[in-house]
Structures are given as C-alpha cells and as structure tokens.
Design a protein around this ligand. Structure first.
Ligand SMILES: CC(C)(COP(=O)(O)OP(=O)(O)OC[C@H]1O[C@@H](n2cnc3c(N)ncnc32)[C@H](O)[C@@H]1OP(=O)(O)O)[C@@H](O)C(=O)NCCC(=O)NCCS
Length: 331
C-alpha cells in the first residue's frame, strides 16, 4: 500500500488594513482604472506596524485549527516558504515553532518566491511519504510591503501581504491526497525579477538603501510572457502524466500574479471560469501565500468536494514554476 501525504488542516490570514487602488494613487502616479485593467487588482492588505511575517503565519495556523484539537507538540516538521522572513536568521520557521509551542518539530525556511509554497508542499510530502514525519506544517507567507519601492508604480501596485498554512498527514487510502508534483527552475530568468540588496553580494549599506536595492525589481513584460507559457505547460503536463484532462479538474488554484496571466492560462488549458479560484482582486500578489490562501478560501466557500481533483500551479522569481495534483479528502 502506497503512503501519500494529504492535507488535513488548512487556513489563511490576511492583515486587516486594506489599501485600495485609490489609496495607492495618492502615493504614486497611477489610477484605479490602470491597475484594474492591467492586473485585475482592486485592493491589497498591508501588515500592521507591530506585526511581522511570523505573526501572519501563526494566525494562518490558528485559522487552520479553529474549532479543532491542536496539539502543537505533535508537529514533526515546519517548512515556511517565504522571501520576506522576519529577519535573515533565525528562520521564520524557528520563530513560528517557538510562537506556537511546537517544541518537538524541526523547522526551516525555503526560498522559492511565488512557487515557494508548492516547493515546500512537495518537500513536506516527501517526509510524510517516507514515514519520517507524521505531521508537517507547510506555510506560504509573505510581507511584500516590506520590500516594495512605493515610488515605483510598475511594481508597488502589484503585491500584498498574507499567509496560508496546511497540515500534511499520511494516508494509505488509494488515490487520495497529493498524487503528483512537477517542479522546475531556470536560473537564467533570475535577472527579470529580483531583490539585489541585503544579501552577501550587496550587503546592506547606505548606498544599497539609497538605490532602493532592498526592493523588488522587475521586467514585467518578460515575466508576464514566461509566466503564461510555463504555468500553462506545467499544468497541462501534470494532467497528461496522470491520465487526466481539463474536464476532470474540480478546482484549479493558480498563483495570483495578474488576472490577465490567469485568463490566458485558462484559455490555453481549456478550463472554465467555474473551475478556477481567483482572488487577486482582493489581495493582489502575496507571493508564497497566494495558493494556500486561494485553497483555504475555496474550501471555506464549499467549492471543493470529497474526491475532487485539485490542481495547483505557480510561477515566480528564479524563474521557478510547478504544479501539484491532489485528490481532495474532506477533514
Ligand atoms: C507589470 C504589468 C502589470 C505591466 O503591464 P503592461 O501591460 O505590460 O504595461 P507596460 O509595462 O507595457 O506599461 C504600459 C504603460 O503603463 C505605464 N505603467 C506602468 N505601471 C503603471 C501604473 N501602476 N500605473 C499607471 N501606468 C503604469 C508604463 O510606464 C507604460 O507607460 P508608457 O507606455 O508611457 O511607457 C505586467 O507586465 C505584468 O503583470 N507582468 C507580470 C508581473 C508579475 O506577475 N510579477 C510577479 C510574477 S510572480
């Protein structure tokens, strides 16, 4: 009997403070119309001054276990996918471990940008499948507002803050849980989306701060084209490898970077709008958090039924991209 990893808890959290496109237009030369037409975004959430990434993660975990018995000491492993950790070290995963009292877990962060959550999910699933771990918390979380240049209208309007968390546990039921994953990277795409400052290449200095090197830099058109091509390809390939077609998909949860990227992908894959989770209008691009937030919202709204085929797909800095295929088990 093959052991697989299944999702047995799922939650999300976004900060309370809403920043609308009109709010954005007060600080940078843009408009609600431009942002909505070019990206589909209406508003995004911005973290409170006294909050950090780990606080969003903890709230997402609390949401995942709301109304359930939660025994943090039973968690074996915590993987946090993020590009905006609380600090360079210790890892946000260790900070989260301490905050929730998961004293028997080992914990680490993983940097996969917008594909971070799928990378972390695949990593956590390996430990469950081999029997090394029974309970793995996987968190996708980002505080993009901490690395945005609010003078650069081409990037600052696109991102927001948020977190999503899942618990992975073993299942021996046939055709249940994580069925397959397909993950890729192409480092040659690194120059199109990056944050150059603050690492060992350009350690933080007055100069790096003056030059806004601690902020997101992006060639939007190039990223857009690669995103559409690679996210469509990987989604189609994972379905084909498992003997499924677009019609079999109960819910498609793509990374939320731009509504036009999602719409082009749907066209290429022949997916109908009712098969897709879209919330970019409310939260913008929350990087590692878009997929678990999309999944959690869809689940809360009753959009996923027992036995549904759920397809997750991402694209992000690196370049990194990938897909995960699941057979849904209610919890
Ligand atoms: C960034 C993005 C929205 C720009 O949309 P676009 O249609 O490609 O727009 P362009 O870059 O061609 O810019 C068109 C014009 O709008 C202007 N513009 C850019 N941002 C603007 C803004 N926020 N408000 C108003 N005008 C803006 C540009 O300066 C340009 O003006 P010009 O023609 O006078 O030079 C789009 O390229 C995109 O979403 N790329 C992918 C980004 C992404 O998803 N990144 C994360 C991946 S995980």
């Amino acid at each position: 009997m093959k052991r697989r990893a299944k999702i047995s808890a799922l939650g999300m959290y976004v900060p309370e403070q809403r920043m609308t496109n009109d709010d954005m237009a007060k600080i940078v030369d843009t408009s609600d119309q431009w942002i909505q037409e070019r990206s589909g975004i209406k508003e995004r959430r911005i973290i409170a001054k006294d909050q950090a990434n780990s606080d969003l993660s903890v709230k997402a975990i609390e949401n995942a276990f709301e109304g359930k018995d939660f025994h943090p000491e039973e968690i074996d492993l915590i993987v946090v996918a993020t590009v905006t950790p609380d600090m360079m070290f210790p890892s946000t995963a260790c900070i989260v471990q301490d905050k929730i009292g998961a004293k028997n877990a080992w914990s680490f962060d993983l940097s996969g940008a917008c594909s971070g959550f799928l990378y972390a999910m695949a990593t956590g699933a390996q430990f469950v499948q081999t029997g090394m771990c029974k309970k793995v918390l996987v968190i996708g979380t980002d505080v993009m507002s901490s690395i945005l240049n609010f003078e650069d209208r081409t990037t600052c309007v696109l991102f927001g803050d948020g977190a999503g968390a899942i618990l992975l546990e073993p299942t021996e039921e046939e055709d249940t849980g994580i069925l397959d994953f397909m993950l890729h990277s192409d480092g040659a795409g690194g120059k199109f989306l990056y944050m150059p400052g603050g690492g060992s290449l350009h350690p933080a200095s007055h100069e790096t701060v003056d030059k806004k090197m601690h902020c997101v830099h992006q060639d939007g058109r190039n990223v857009f084209k690669s995103a559409v091509k690679l996210i469509s390809e990987v989604s189609a390939k994972i379905l084909e490898r498992n003997g499924y077609s677009a019609e079999d998909v109960g819910l498609y949860v793509p990374h939320q970077a731009n509504l036009r990227i999602i719409q082009s992908t749907l066209k290429r894959l022949n997916l109908r709008p009712e098969q897709v989770a879209i919330n970019i209008d409310q939260y913008a691009n929350t990087t590692a958090a878009t997929i678990p937030i999309g999944l959690a919202e869809a689940n809360q709204k009753g959009r996923i039924s027992e036995g549904d085929l759920v397809l997750l797909a991402s694209f992000g800095a690196g370049f990194t991209w990938g897909s995960v295929l699941l057979r849904w088990k209610k919890f």
